[in-house]
Write a protein of this length. Structure first.
Length: 107
């Protein structure tokens, strides 16, 4: 028996995903940060291709990791302030389990 797609996960039939409107400011900030991290990764790829010193490569990898974590924190904050608040106000306490699962991924 097929179940109806409730919008909370990818639909097994059509692959549709949840939709979350984001502010233009958040989109711009996250996009800018992602582009910067991609540039850093491209630089690291070049360092590896040029046989640069391992310690220098690792330092740059740590910088990219830090940048990605900062992006995650920004998106998490927006998620908590918007999606989670709305769902809790609507009486959906299952969102707490979702948030705890997300926190586990970042700790």
């Amino acid at each position: 028996m097929e179940t109806e797609f409730d919008g909370t996960a990818a639909c097994p039939r059509c692959g549709a995903h949840k939709h979350t409107p984001r502010s233009p400011e958040l989109k711009a900030s996250v996009t800018r940060r992602i582009n910067r991290a991609v540039g850093q990764l491209n630089g690291i790829r070049q360092m590896v291709e040029e046989d640069r010193y391992c310690g220098d490569v690792l330092t740059q990898l740590a910088a990219v990791e830090s940048a990605v974590k900062a992006i995650s924190r920004e998106v998490m904050r927006d998620h908590l302030e918007t999606c989670v608040v709305e769902r809790v106000r609507a009486g959906d306490e299952e969102v707490i389990d979702e948030v705890m699962g997300l926190f586990k991924k970042f700790m």
